[in-house]
Design a protein around this ligand. Structure first.
Ligand code: 2PG
Ligand code: MG
Length: 435
């Protein structure tokens, strides 16, 4: 048997950043190499994402994963034991075939992504390489790749929407250190903005704690107040808004929109997609916003397209719930002109191979890609290695606090040390090639 043949799969219930059960998988190869990975969990989930298997019932509010763990040690282990861990595509395909559903409902997206990523770790271990390098070397040809660099961080400062009791409609108020020289400086600048924002909010009695992704849980009266406070925090931190540190929003509009109608809780009114587009474009002009994710709901592709037509061409428009890390949906969105950037979340797809296919579809269409964590996270840092190895230009993992977030930002620093520098992709013009 080859050294990279899978000899054992072990599933383990571990706990995520919301204190909910999740799936960890450990893969062992016949040559002794091991790999381990943990499935994250979203709260504002796209309707077409891979489905997590949850037990339901009263225990842990229904979030338990015993069934998913049984899928790992039962049918998945039976199918992949003896297979070559170096052939990621074959292993992922075996799981897809075994599952047989369009959304991983049979084996569970959580069981499948944890297994798939654990296999990747084991293969890197067998090759005696750090994960990012193994991913880079096995990623195949791509014209977007020259030499590995670190992704530009997109970091949340205030939480909202489904992550903060709907205190504001917009889910993520984030910053991108567009003027930073490198990854290390981008983190340092963001740390200063995060600290400044916390002080401003405490002084004004606007601070209610931290939200799901470590951003401040705010007591703002309006969405605009959040954007204004963020601009003030950037200035207080000694940075120039828009030039050095810009704003970025994840509107996560699927959470408050349906059938082209959008319910703004803070403003206590309902608006159509044209009015929402107008409001967002007005914010883009007023608040140094360079990127907007999910400006419209997943069931409103026309709204997306109309927004993209009206928005400044320099605006990064990111599809998350609309694309759900699916290559076909990425291609369709590009063809329709709905967005110019794809959010890439491995557990939306359910396997590493499908995640990579979605990212390749984006790069093939000259769209950018942001590799992203979920709101429910753990110490697992696989996505940072994927972002570097696949040449994704950006990384989104939530805020600048709580160790399930910091583990990932810090992993980027370690990878930078291994790379011999913290260079970012073509930093001269963000959003790349559109301004
Ligand atoms: C998103 C993510 C991360 P969730 O909408 O982009 O912010 O949230 O994991 O809850 O889907
Ligand atoms: Mg999103």
């Amino acid at each position: 048997m080859s050294r990279t043949a899978i000899s054992r799969l072990h599933g383990r219930r571990v706990w995520d950043s919301r204190g909910r059960p999740t799936v960890e998988v450990q893969v062992e190869l016949s040559g002794g190499a091991r790999g381990r990975a943990i499935a994250p969990a979203g709260a504002s989930r796209g309707r077409h994402e891979a489905i997590d298997l949850r037990d339901g019932g009263p225990r842990f509010d229904g979030w338990d994963v015993a069934e998913a763990l049984r899928a790992v040690t039962g049918p998945i282990a039976d199918a992949v034991t003896g297979m070559d861990a170096a052939d990621q595509a074959a292993i992922d395909q075996a799981m897809i075939d075994l599952d047989g559903t369009p959304n991983k409902a049979e084996l569970g997206g959580n069981a499948m992504i944890a297994t798939s990523m654990a296999v990747l770790h084991a293969a890197a271990g067998a090759a005696d390489q750090p994960l990012w390098r193994h991913v880079w070397e096995t990623a195949g040809p791509s014209d977007t790749r020259t030499a590995p660099v670190l992704p530009l961080p997109e970091i949340q400062i205030f939480g909202g929407g489904a992550h903060a009791g709907r205190r504001v409609d917009v889910q993520d108020f984030m910053v991108i250190a567009t003027g930073a020289d490198d990854y290390e400086q981008a983190l340092a600048w963001t740390a200063e903005v995060y600290i400044a924002a916390g002080k401003i909010m405490a002084e004004r009695a606007l601070l209610q704690g931290v939200a799901d992704e470590g951003g401040y849980w705010p007591a703002f009266d309006t969405n605009e107040q959040a954007a204004e406070t963020l601009i003030q925090a950037i200035e207080t931190a000694g940075r120039k808004p828009g030039e050095e540190v810009a704003l970025s929003l994840d509107v996560a509009a699927s959470e408050f929109g349906q059938g082209g109608r959008y319910r703004l809780t803070r403003d206590d009114r309902e608006i159509g997609s044209a009015e929402l587009a107008e409001m967002l474009i007005d914010w883009v002009r007023r608040y140094a916003i360079v990127s907007i994710e999910d400006p419209m709901a997943e069931d409103d592709p026309e709204g997306f397209i109309a927004f993209a037509r009206r928005a400044p061409t320099s605006l990064q428009i990111v599809g998350d719930d609309l694309l759900v890390t699916d290559a076909e949906r990425v291609r369709a969105a590009h063809r329709d002109g709905a967005c110019n950037t794809a959010l890439i979340k491995p557990n939306q797809a359910g396997t590493v191979t499908e995640t990579k296919a979605a990212l390749d579809a984006a790069h093939g269409a000259r769209m950018d890609a942001i590799v992203s964590a979920r709101s429910g996270e753990t110490e697992d840092v696989t996505i940072v290695h994927l972002a570097v190895g696949w040449g994704a230009k950006q990384l989104k993992v939530g805020s600048f606090s709580r160790s399930e977030r910091m583990a990932k930002w810090n992993e980027g620093l370690r990878i930078g040390d291994a790379l011999g520098g913290f260079a970012l992709p073509g930093r001269s013009a963000f959003p790349w090639g559109r301004s």
